[in-house]
Design a protein around this ligand. Structure first.
Ligand SMILES: O=C(O)CCC(=O)C(=O)O
Ligand SMILES: [Fe+2]
Length: 200
């Protein structure tokens, strides 16, 4: 893992900003936080409605906030739970690195490489438009891919445990991102995305 990431370098050639801050936690600390979050987060299977039909996702999520924000996603609404002490300390560390603050966090649990997330943009109307979204990974190393909406442009990243990346500016208007499934990955992964929910 590159310990000397230059977070000032935008990894995208145009239409948005993607920064890589490298690993902000040691391997040991990442493992401890992974175990802790796996055991203690309020994991739920999401219920998504596609073409009028309800589906239960294999991937699990947990949703925390500084208030009981409502978050609507594929026609289902959930209310944020209050941040736990552990999550607040992670949030503090992320905010310290980025010099930005966040009011909510979505956690995703992928049990193994059979679970992933298809191409999407984090452009829900509940989110602050062009706001920063910080993504922190624990557990299995996975590939993360960005695809431009109209140009033949792609950017792939390998996300390691403890690694922090930041998406900001117009990125969600012009790019989609995905966590591809991979038969090779046998271990679970937890991802935290710190976001800002609109408060007015
Ligand atoms: O698991 C990841 O790294 C990405 C998750 C993601 O894109 C999302 O929660 O919107
Ligand atoms: Fe996303």
């Amino acid at each position: 893992m590159d310990l000397f990431q230059n977070p000032d370098e935008n990894l995208l050639p145009q239409d948005g900003t993607l920064l890589d801050f490298g690993c902000i936690y040691s391997v040991q600390e990442s493992q401890r936080l992974f175990d802790e979050l796996l055991a203690s987060a309020n994991w739920k299977n999401d219920e998504v409605t596609l073409f009028g039909k309800k589906h239960i996702t294999a991937r699990k999520t947990a949703w925390y906030g500084t208030k009981d924000f409502a978050y609507t996603y594929s026609n289902s609404t959930r209310f944020a739970e209050p941040f736990t002490g552990e999550l607040l300390s992670i949030k503090d560390k992320v905010e310290d690195h980025l010099k930005e603050s966040f009011n909510s966090c979505l956690l995703n649990l992928y049990h193994d490489g059979n679970e992933g997330m298809g191409y999407h943009a984090d452009d829900e109307k509940d989110l602050v438009r062009h706001g920063s979204i910080a993504s922190l990974s624990f557990g299995a190393t996975r590939k993360f891919v960005f695809k431009h909406n109209t140009e033949p442009l792609k950017k792939e990243l390998i996300l390691h445990p403890g690694q922090l990346i930041l998406m900001k500016d117009e990125i969600q208007d012009f790019w989609k991102h995905a966590l591809p499934k991979s038969k090779k990955v046998k271990a679970p992964r937890i991802n935290l995305t710190f976001r800002n929910i609109r408060t007015n």
